[in-house]
Design a protein around this ligand. Structure first.
Ligand SMILES: *Cc1c(COP(=O)(O)O)cnc(C)c1O
Length: 455
């Protein structure tokens, strides 16, 4: 068994801590983000051995090295089997290019992978600790439902989800508002950034000190570690591991938590040529990589890939940290990262809505593949990369599809005249009764609501 890994804060003002505390706190007390002090290394023979394993077994093999000292092997193995009881399809699209469909979980987006593991970890650590927890989550579309479903019915935990009323699809909203029980939802008259700002303010509000508030957004390290697993899984399924074959991944990105999973996989020894990052018109990170200057997009731009409408991604501070720089929570760079190394390892591109829609049509006409807006941003980014670097198309490549097309039926119908088949997880949803509060984007109202319901 590995030595336990400790988790440090990107702001370095508090000492490193263990996984359980990092998870239950969410944000570090100095408002930094937790990262592991080291990344366990995988040798080729060890990676080769993963080829024979199922997804839950790979998850167990990868995650046990991060949970050592906090969870027993048997407990983790059971949690992985429970959390990952659905398919993880890898579809071949062209000779070298594949699509990894991360949309078969209960809420039909990739966020199920992280939320289901994090909920189980939190439930476990909380049972040891004896406390109670209120999880505040701002959602741009899919986090809310994944978190709500993952924590639904978990003892000692209550969940509050805030969503921008005009920016989520009908089915995305219904997935959050039809659960009830320990899950409550608030429709905020504002943008995702407003929701995120309300949540952040609550975390640092001394008047709410009596509530044990924490976050299930991708600021939580419990979200990132499980998201490294599918990179390892896809690589070991497809690559000639013994020969050390390298791979390119392309990730549609908003808050950059998914991308951080790829960064962690690379640090563990997955031979990655480049990690491609595709954003929608919220292009602050592509501009940062090209100019070295970081400017948030305020307010964030509304695009059809709504779960990626993020103008100031929280995980950028982690990426900067991994490359030797420092960025505080406001986005101010106090130490520059190694930009040359970042440009060698990463490639970032912004894709607008016109190009996203065109890509949905072309992928269907040319390959018979149905993409939804987020996966189409990724695929479009990959095509742009191949245009600029044609020789790279000769290498093994995986593009991530992060949601099920049936979550965006109107858009798919407009683009390709097809009604995407509804996966079992969404059947019956349209008939369930909804219940949620409505609120202006005003912190005073939000605080009053929390004190009235949770104090
Ligand atoms: C959340 C989300 C993304 C973006 O993931 P980040 O980790 O925020 O970059 C992409 N696609 C879908 C469908 C999502 O729900």
């Amino acid at each position: 068994m590995d030595q336990p890994i400790r988790y440090y804060s990107t702001n370095r003002q508090v000492p490193p801590t263990d996984l359980g505390r990092a998870l239950l706190q969410g944000l570090a007390a100095d408002r930094g983000l937790f990262l592991p002090e080291r990344y366990p290394q995988w040798t080729r023979p060890e990676l080769e051995a993963l080829k024979e394993l199922t997804y839950p077994e790979v998850a167990h093999a990868v995650l046990r090295r991060y949970t050592a000292g906090s969870l027993t092997d048997g407990d983790l193995e059971r949690l992985c089997a429970e959390a990952y009881d659905y398919e993880v399809p890898l579809e071949r699209v062209t000779k070298n290019t594949h699509l990894l469909r991360l949309d078969r979980g209960p809420t039909a987006s990739f966020k199920d992978f992280a939320a289901r593991m994090m909920a189980r970890w939190m439930g476990h650590f909380l049972a040891d600790d004896g406390g109670e927890l209120v999880i505040l989550t701002a959602t741009s579309g899919d986090t809310g439902s994944a978190v709500a479903h993952a924590f639904f019915g978990v003892e000692r935990i209550r969940v509050v989800v805030l969503f921008p009323v005009a920016e989520v699809s009908d089915r995305q909203r219904r997935q959050m508002t039809t659960l009830g029980g320990n899950v409550s939802t608030i429709a905020v008259e504002g943008k995702f950034d407003d929701c995120q700002a309300l949540v952040k303010e609550a975390f640092s509000d001394p008047e709410l000190g009596g509530l044990h508030l924490t976050s299930a957004n991708s600021i939580n390290i419990g979200r990132l570690l499980p998201q490294s697993v599918y990179y390892v899984y896809a690589y070991t399924r497809l690559a000639d591991v013994a020969a050390g074959e390298s791979i390119t991944f392309c990730v549609p990105s908003g808050n950059f938590g998914d991308m951080m999973g790829g960064v962690i996989a690379r640090r563990m020894g997955i031979p990655m040529r480049r990690l491609l990052i595709a954003t929608n018109a919220n292009d602050e990170v592509p501009r940062f990589l090209s100019t070295g200057r970081y400017e948030k997009v305020v307010p964030s731009r509304v695009c059809i890939s709504n779960a990626m409408n993020v103008g100031h991604p929280s995980n950028l501070a982690r990426l900067v940290d991994v490359y030797g720089g420092r960025m505080d929570e406001t986005g101010a760079l106090t130490t520059d990262p190694d930009l040359d190394a970042m440009r060698r390892d990463l490639y970032a591109v912004a894709v607008n809505d016109d190009c996203t829609r065109r890509t949905i049509r072309e992928a269907y006409e040319q390959h018979g593949v149905v993409l939804e807006p987020h996966g189409a941003v990724g695929w479009a980014g990959l095509m742009r990369y191949f245009e600029e670097h044609p020789q790279e198309a000769e290498h093994l490549t995986v593009s991530l599809e992060t949601a099920h097309p049936a979550k965006f039926p109107e858009e798919i119908r407009t683009c390709i005249g097809l009604d995407p088949p509804i996966p079992p997880s969404l059947i019956g949803l349209d008939a369930l009764e909804e219940s949620y509060e409505s609120m202006s984007a005003d912190y005073g109202c939000f605080r009053a609501h929390l004190l009235a319901n949770f104090a």
